[in-house]
Design a protein around this ligand. Structure first.
Ligand code: KG4
Ligand code: ZN
Length: 336
């Protein structure tokens, strides 16, 4: 039996501020279209749930058409649908789930609901479709920073997490303090190019607590730094120093989590996994320790529907029954 749903699968992701639709066949990603609302929400300085839901409604059909066209697949050829149904903004999730439900009913094909974080975890299959559990996973996104022992599909052990801000949040808040705009992570990464990461010493919190991270002290230290330096602040050096502080902590703790859980593979997923300095730091440390390091291509790290499709495909192939009627949930434990 194939590990992946063998037919043409349509995947939909609308949990936050990206409308994304992908078409997969087996593990093959035929198309993965992402329409971002980042410019829309920039005027309010954060994601406004009501506006997000409306923007998903507007984007959904054009994104669907583009996804089908670039995959070269007709809607009538779709054989199953996967949709992110938890956790996320309820209004935003409902747009994707309503569309998925309607499509599944009209096409008469199965529908599977996917946990957003499971989507991130299994996005790693884009790097190696044959990868098998168990493996250790650092999931670092805008809302989560978790060290997960992946024992199998739907079987996850939480080794540790952040006790305050997520890593992506640390990038986003830091970018705001440095006047760099959003999305914070890519802005900090760009500003840090050529900057001196040792110029401004910033704290690395919780050295004594394995697999737990904290970034609120870092944010305060950066605020103090900007106040102290004023217009003398070298933004590139400050961005490099901030990035180094976040990367150092994540890399060190992820490696400890992998080693202590006896994992021979460490996966890096979530939006922050798009960060080149973090990717390189973990690759180098893993190589030194004889651990296999695996990370999805950058465009599959930030929110996208291909990851929803990969996780959904595994569940469909495993015989998970049709999920109709599909509920949405703003909060959900990581699990099947
Ligand atoms: O996974 P994701 O797209 O959405 C959530 O589920 O939260 O992650 C978004 C987060 C944002 O905080 C963004 O600033 C961060 O990922 N991010 C990055 C980079 N690209 C996105 N952080 C650091 N470096 C990047 N290149
Ligand atoms: Zn995400």
């Amino acid at each position: 039996m194939s590990r992946y749903f063998p037919g043409r699968l349509l995947a939909i992701e609308t949990s936050c501020d990206e409308t994304s639709i992908a078409v997969l066949r087996g593990h093959e990603i035929l198309s993965n279209i992402v329409s971002s609302q980042i410019d829309l929400h920039a005027q309010w300085g954060g994601v406004v749930p009501e506006a997000a839901a409306r923007a998903h409604v507007e984007a959904l059909l054009p994104v669907l058409q583009t996804a089908l066209d670039s995959a070269g697949v007709g809607l009538h050829e779709i054989e199953a649908i996967a949709v992110t149904n938890r956790p996320g903004l309820v209004g935003a999730l409902s747009v994707g789930v309503s569309a998925a439900t309607a499509l599944s009913l009209s096409l008469g094909c199965p529908l599977i609901g996917v946990h957003h974080l499971e989507g991130h975890i299994w996005s790693v299959l884009a790097a190696d479709p044959e990868l098998q559990a168990p493996f250790c996973c650092l999931l670092a996104s805008g809302g989560h920073t978790e060290f997960v022992h992946v024992r199998g599909l739907g079987d996850y052990g939480l080794l540790g997490s952040t006790i305050d801000d997520a890593a992506g949040e640390a990038f986003d808040k830091g970018a705001r303090l440095l006047g760099l705009g959003s999305p914070g992570g890519p802005m900090v990464e760009r500003a840090a190019v050529g900057g001196d990461p040792k110029r401004y010493p910033l704290p690395r919190a919780l050295p004594e607590r394995p697999y737990e991270v904290s970034f609120s002290g870092l944010k305060t230290a950066l605020l103090r730094l900007t106040e102290r330096e004023g217009s003398d602040l070298n933004v590139s050096d400050a961005a490099a120093s901030l990035q180094a502080a976040i990367v150092d902590v994540l890399a060190e703790k992820a490696l400890a989590a992998a080693l202590d859980s006896g994992s021979s593979t460490l996966a890096l997923v979530g939006g922050v996994a798009a960060n080149t300095v973090l990717r390189e730091a973990l690759a180098a440390r893993c190589e030194k320790e004889g651990i296999r390091f695996i990370v999805p291509p950058r465009e599959l790290c930030t929110d996208n529907a291909a990851m929803t499709g990969l996780a959904g495909s595994l569940y469909l192939a495993a015989g998970t029954p049709n999920d109709l009627p599909l509920e949405v949930s703003s909060n959900a434990e990581l699990g099947p």
